[in-house]
Design a binder for this molecule. Structure first.
Ligand code: ADP
Ligand code: ZN
Length: 593
């Protein structure tokens, strides 16, 4: 019997080095081994790859893995090779002689897994009829759906796979799929009876925080100062801002670099490499960065701008804390970004759909209750318990009778003829005598300075809440000017009451990151150095040798012999033999020193 749990747990240890399955992995593997089609929705970092790689090892023939990202394919093949699992990829970027070599191996039955981009699949089909296929895995399966946020036309042709290979299990994987997308995947892949495995999307180790986008650079400097020697990613909307921010960070002594679509492929892979090895621990990137990067020790992810949808946001913050240790997710929120993002949708075919997604993103940023509840419910998980690991849970807002304050805000907006945006309304309420105010003569209107004792940020918060309560309307397409609704008139003239909330001051600046997460930081560093030198020798990314979780485990448990080394997470039989003695030696030397 191949598919009993003893065998597959053994294989998990000998080939991948893990002693226990993570949530859902075993059930998915068993379904595939029984020949069932499956759809797996599992968050980034949850461990999807093993779910098809392990059955690929057990079943006769070759597993075909459809994967959209060329860089990701190469990494996967490297990792598999490091565990002595025969795998290869074909894609258009690879030399045709190399591709032919792969075809040859395929025909000789020498590959357990073959990765292919959907665009290259037509070239592969003639070869497939001549070989034995074990299973077909479709990675990033949400790309098949125009409801998904990463639609790839070539994916829509994958429906014929089931027709052509009706007996072979098709296993679809994705980290992001709302209900509509899940339905689309199953329908288009022709796998109506697929077993659906939905893992929780919760990544409890990610701290969630949103702050107003004022003085962002200052805030970032404070944030980084509280987290010395950590690795993280700052996401921005534009190439220019990536370069501007990277420059400022470098000037202040941080090892940072900008990453965007304007760089050559070579430059980009060099940056990724240096990020993974911590040579450049801080990346300032457009959203193009991070796909397929498996770096365990990313300690924070900052969004300099508002992302355009929750799927993208969640995927990006999901690159933090993959080693299971805490990671901070900080989002800067401003109306200017909302305006900008709305403009981007102007020419889109599915504009309405994109605006709806942007609205949900905005609601998240403006939430006054647990942010994780908002996120998880977005992905269809019904959660009601507060998470205790977001800014709102840590510092719940104080509610107060805001009627008088709201009246003052409404009255200022009326006196400004409903022509001004939030920033100017706040300046007028606070009595700011800046050039623009004086130029327009606003210092003479009656409400000037009427709320001079309320802070800028608090007022901004109150105005956002008044918009959300339908008291004010913001005209995004007219420079964000604020208007009064009929409800505002009731507040002004009928004394209708208003409840507002004060957000407590953020406390996270003082939350210094604790490098003590590793029992022995010096040993950890020595292990990293060894890993880096082996990686350079073998010309593979460092995580192919061992990922950070494995090194941390070594530093924690300090194995003294082969038997103890075998118990380290990520140590399978191949790595034990290949690297065991070198790492044991470093650990022994360290203990003696
Ligand atoms: P995903 O594709 O879901 O984002 P991966 O398959 O890349 O996730 O796995 C994420 C990380 O978790 C990898 O470093 C992988 O080696 C590790 N991993 C996977 N399964 C296990 C397991 N059962 N035990 C420990 N680590 C695991
Ligand atoms: Zn919370």
């Amino acid at each position: 019997m191949v598919n009993n749990s003893v065998t597959i747990s053994n294989l998990l240890k000998t080939h991948f080095g893990y002693s226990t399955f993570r949530f859902n992995q075993e059930a998915i593997i068993n379904d595939i081994l029984e020949g069932k089609d499956v759809l797996t929705i599992m968050p980034t970092g949850g461990g999807k790859s093993v779910c098809y790689q392990l059955p690929a090892l057990l079943l006769p023939g070759t597993a075909i893995v459809i994967s959209p990202l060329i860089a990701l394919m190469k990494d996967q093949v490297d990792v598999l090779s490091s565990n002595a699992i025969p795998a290869a990829f074909i894609n258009s970027s690879q030399d045709s002689s190399l591709n032919n070599l792969v075809f040859k191996k395929l025909q000789e039955g020498k590959l357990k897994l073959l990765y292919v981009a959907p665009e290259s699949l037509p070239n592969l089909l003639p070869h497939l009829s001549k070989i034995e296929i074990s299973l077909i895995a479709v990675d990033e399966a949400h790309c098949i759906s125009s409801w998904g946020h990463d639609f790839r036309p070539a994916y829509t042709q994958l429906g014929y796979l089931k027709e052509q290979f009706p007996q072979k299990p098709i296993a679809a994987f994705t980290a992001t799929a709302d209900k509509a997308t899940q339905h689309d995947i199953v329908t288009q892949l022709n796998i109506p009876k697929a077993e659906i495995h939905l893992s929780s999307f919760d990544r409890a180790n990610l701290f969630l925080e949103v702050r107003p986008a004022n003085n962002r650079m200052n805030q970032i400097f404070n944030f980084l100062e509280a987290r010395p020697n950590t690795s993280g990613i700052i996401y921005c909307l534009s190439r220019n801002s990536t370069e501007m921010i990277a420059k400022k960070l470098i000037k202040s002594g941080y090892k940072a670099i900008a990453y965007h679509a304007g760089l050559t492929a070579e430059q980009r892979s060099e940056i990724q490499e240096k990020f993974i090895t911590d040579e450049t621990p801080v990346i300032v990137a457009t959203i193009a960065f991070g796909m397929g990067i498996d770096k365990g020790n990313v300690r924070w992810v900052i969004h300099y701008n508002l992302p355009k949808n929750i799927e993208g946001y969640y995927q990006e913050i999901g690159r933090g804390g993959r080693d299971g240790l805490p990671s901070d997710s900080l989002l800067f929120y401003s109306y200017a970004d909302v305006v900008q993002l709305r403009k981007f949708t102007d020419d889109a075919a599915n504009k309405e759909y994109q605006i709806a997604k942007l609205n949900r993103m905005q609601q998240y940023a403006e939430a006054l209750s647990c942010r994780r509840i908002v996120l998880l419910n977005y992905f269809g998980e019904q959660v009601t318990e507060n998470c205790h690991n977001c800014d709102i849970c840590k510092a719940p807002p104080h509610y107060f009778d805001g009627t008088l304050l709201a009246q003052k805000v409404c009255s200022a907006i009326a006196r400004l003829q409903e022509q001004e945006s939030t920033g100017m309304v706040i300046d007028v309420l606070r009595g700011a005598k800046n050039a623009l105010v004086l130029e327009k003569g606003y210092q003479n209107i009656k409400t000037f300075g009427i709320l001079k004792n309320t802070s800028w940020l608090d007022l901004q918060q109150y105005i956002i809440q008044m918009i959300n309560q339908g008291i004010l309307e913001i005209r995004f397409h007219e420079k964000g000017r604020l208007l009064l609704t009929s409800l505002a008139k009731k507040i002004l003239f009928e004394n209708k009451s208003v409840r507002l909330a004060t957000l407590q001051k953020q406390i996270t600046e003082k939350k210094v990151y604790e490098p003590k997460a590793y029992v022995d930081a010096a040993l950890f560093q020595k292990l990293r150095d060894l890993r880096l030198s082996i990686a350079k020798e073998e010309n593979v990314p460092a995580f192919v040798i061992f990922n950070d979780a494995s090194l941390k485990d070594m530093a924690d448990r300090q194995p003294r012999n082969v038997v103890e080394f075998q118990n380290i997470s990520g140590v399978g039989s191949v790595k034990l033999e290949k690297f065991g003695s070198q790492f044991l030696e470093v650990i022994a030397e360290h203990q003696e020193s």
